[in-house]
Design a protein around this ligand. Sequence first.
Ligand code: AMP
Length: 437
Amino acid sequence: MSFRNLSLDPKILQAVQEAGYTEPTPIQTAAIPPILAGSDLIGIAQTGTGKTAAFTLPILTKLAAVVGAGGQRGTRALVLAPTRELVLQIEENVRIYGKHLPLRVATVFGGVGEHPQINALRAGTNLIIACPGRLLDLMGRRCADFSGLQYLVLDEADRMLDMGFLPSIRQIVRQLPSKRQTLLFSATLSKEIEVLTHEFQRAPKLVQIGRRSNPAETVTQLVYEVPKHLKPALLVHLLRDPGMNMVLVFSRMKHSADRIARNLEEKGIRTATLHSNRSQNQRLRALKDFKSSAVRVLVATDIAARGIDVDGISHVVNYDFPMHAEDYVHRIGRTGRAHAVGDAISFVTPEDYGELRSLERFIGRGIVRKKAEGFNYGVAQPSDFAASQQRQPRSHASPSRPQPRSGGGASHGGQRSSGNRSHGNRNFRPSGLQGRR
Ligand code: AMP
């Protein structure tokens, strides 16, 4: 299959070729024709499969006929996404694929001043990419004109539900024309997602790529068993390998992300951090430095890392074992994106063994255990860093996970409460899929 067979607008086809894409990915091959034919669509695909282009390319093809032609005013397409990082990333994709079109695009998300966003909306846009909360605020002040809206995309819908955005999404959708095409993308097809599609879509086509919960096939997964106090030393040891040249490290907590970064910096390893305590500018700076290789390591929490789209990540290191199986799938989806190959390394302490086994059941295969060559496992090396790690309480409600807002998201968010973890219940269950497997 080639992009040429997909009936895309010639200017978009040109941009896709300039982006260096030689052939469509499976989700693109499956999703683009029904979207162009006008169907509502549910796309179930892991991150890193090319799903952004799967909805962006056909929508831009449809917009190509009208943008710049004067005529109808108002916004034609709205993409809702859970985090500002993802919004910015979708925008980047739209700008790449739409670079030969006179397209007006606006982004809307919280945490930054609203006036530039209001001005952009008032100036008129063809396409808006937005986080639900801020968009709803601005809609309440009549900053956006959706009377001519034709295309609605809910991207990473499962994560939007987890974050408690359902009430905001409902309020937004209520204000959109009912005659529209609605596309919904999610990593999993849970009961909650099915409810959402009944509510917002008409006779949607289902496109499902890969086995549910199957991490990208191109990622080599490894487990390093390590006592907790040796994790800092093991990370430094592994980073002696020059092949680990662009490394995304995941921690569960914001404060431990900072501590990991400090430890690496002390060892002369340039490191940036990405978590929700950092300002928007600091986050953008961290991503920019990582993308440009000014820093070799980026330490991130799960929420902050959602939607990171950086080409060439050589390794993902799960410094802290992920709290949920889906987080694991998302984390390791940061490497091996599209057609690249990458390694995902998980540090597993004895406390994590039960969760590791549950994860292996969830992804349907075992993960290879490995010993780090040349690393001294026998000797306890309590550095200040390791000692302070040990002093940390085992678990609190993850500060990196935003609290659900009121309403429909709360019950789902409640399933993920980590409160019971600190009381010894370490059953690791994939969220959203309880009782369905
Ligand atoms: P996504 O799943 O949308 O986050 O995309 C993952 C990565 O794949 C992004 O870096 C895209 O630029 C890239 N990508 C998307 N489609 C293709 C394609 N057909 N060929 C090569 N790379 C692609």
